[in-house]
Design a protein around this ligand. Structure first.
Ligand code: GLU
Length: 465
């Protein structure tokens, strides 16, 4: 089994899904998982993309050192050229000097494939001459695909495709086949997008005299409009999800459900269950909807399943900032680990992604809350000034500063004004935290402390007419 990403951009969630499927399948079969970086598209490759692939795989549980590789396709360039040469020498490929315009002029269409003009011209190799594979005129190519059965392709509909460019460099189709051959790959699990390449590649396997692998083309991943996830339109980078605070466990559980489900009515299951139960031949070939809402819900469940200490540790990157995660709005010296630990259990049950920790706790560490003006306008209606003044007076008189006393006090202040607790809380919450929603108010006030709570309430009162 191999996973063969091209380092041409951020690592895609669909790629992560294929990698996991390969990884599990290799384990189940007692096979070897090989990582091969297909870096032959020099114009689009960047070393940092390769590093991004390695670290994204590591994050999702395919750890460095736990597989063979990474190998680099470019290191096998000699083999690619040798295979092209062998195909030519065996009469299975021929040189061609037709331009696209030539073909169009002859066929009268820009859509038909190559017309075979150079098939029997016996051209020698030369600058600008591409090498084309001579596809059989008759018969069919049957692909054995664990997800799709046996897709069958008529050979006469497969054009004589290019296997090496005019400068002699082999193209992806050939390099990919030669690498799989060299590495003794028996199963190719990859995205559905490659299915149209498969009959051509299988013809190459046959022509090179090696038994083709078993294929599995796993379904394309689509957005809510049933469009293929695209990096220009959709959030596709695994890193983006990581930096937003998705847990690796939730992410890989969710990815494995794209086109497959474990037994029973379960979706959130331990990884060991997925490793046991996953069957490639149970993968549904139709497009798989990447439902971010569902992923968020999954992630919330995974967050709630953490121990509090694990949760606190998991939040650290957002509490401090990293290379890729923006720093929080407070200064490092303003952070108070004890106060954070006190509210962490309250936050743990409420957030769906870890980055949401920051707006939930920033009021604890900033000298003054970040006031959301829309929230302010909503909460500070008529009567708010009077309520805040009364709350200040009542809170000042409290003997003990704890959530329960704060609650009963504000309840009483509200009741005197004919307000239910929820209504009475709103201006207090906005005055103290700057927002209309957040952690349970009275626990928050307890942790924030008497001085800071009162000074924020007073400051808000002063701002009101
Ligand atoms: N390098 C190809 C890609 O990233 C993978 C081809 C394959 O898996 O065979 O799409």
């Amino acid at each position: 089994m191999r996973f063969a990403p091209s380092p041409t951009g951020m690592f895609h969630v669909g790629g992560a899904r294929s990698a996991l499927q390969n990884w599990i399948y290799a384990k189940q079969q007692g096979g070897v998982f090989v990582l091969r970086i297909e870096d032959t598209d020099a114009a689009r490759n960047k070393p940092e993309w390769t590093e991004g692939i390695l670290s994204a795989l590591d994050w999702i549980g395919i750890e460095r050192g736990g597989y063979e590789g990474p190998y680099f396709q470019s290191q096998n360039a000699g083999e690619h050229r040798a295979a092209a040469q062998r195909l030519h020498d065996a009469g299975r490929a021929y040189f061609c000097d037709c331009t696209r315009e030539d073909v169009q002029a002859r066929t009268g269409s820009q859509y038909t494939g190559y017309d075979g003009f150079c098939r029997d011209r016996g051209l020698e190799a030369g600058e600008g001459r591409a090498l084309r594979f001579r596809t059989p005129d008759e018969g069919v190519t049957v692909v054995v695909d664990l997800v799709r059965g046996e897709p069958t392709f008529e050979n006469k509909l497969i054009e004589d495709f290019v296997i090496a460019r005019g400068d002699g460099s082999p193209v992806f189709l050939l390099a990919n086949v030669v690498d799989d051959m060299t590495m003794g790959i028996t199963h190719v699990i990859r995205a559905e997008e490659h299915l149209p390449n498969t009959p051509k590649q299988q013809l190459l396997w046959d022509a090179l005299g090696v038994k083709p692998p078993i294929w599995a083309h796993v379904p394309v991943v689509v957005n809510e409009k049933r469009q293929k996830l695209s990096k220009r339109r959709d959030k596709v980078a695994l890193e983006a999800y990581k930096d937003e605070g998705y847990l690796a466990g939730a992410m890989r559980n969710y990815l494995m459900l794209l086109g497959w489900a474990p037994s029973g009515d379960r979706e959130i299951v331990p990884w060991s269950v997925i490793e046991d139960e996953f069957r490639l031949d149970e993968v549904n070939p139709s497009p798989a909807f990447f439902d971010e809402k569902k992923l968020r819900a999954f992630n919330g469940e995974y967050i709630r399943a953490l121990g509090v200490d694990e949760f606190v540790a998991a939040c650290q990157p957002w509490l401090t900032g990293t290379d890729t995660i923006a720093p929080p709005p407070w200064q490092p010296e303003e952070f108070d680990a004890e106060a954070f630990a006190a509210v962490a259990p309250l936050a743990q049950t409420r957030i769906a992604v870890l980055s949401e920790i920051v707006p939930n706790v920033d009021f604890l560490f900033l000298a003054a809350p970040l006031i959301d003006e829309a929230a302010w306008a909503k909460a500070m209606k008529e009567g708010a000034a009077d309520l805040l003044a009364a709350a200040v007076a009542a809170f000042e008189a409290l003997a003990t500063w704890d959530a329960e006393s704060l609650k009963s006090t504000l309840e009483a202040v509200g009741a005197e004004r004919g307000l239910k607790l929820g209504k009475a809380q709103a201006p207090v919450r906005v005055a103290v935290t700057g927002r209309t929603v957040g952690l349970p108010l009275f626990e928050s006030l307890e942790v924030l402390g008497r001085e800071r709570t009162l000074s924020r309430l007073r400051a808000a009162r002063v701002r009101l007419p």
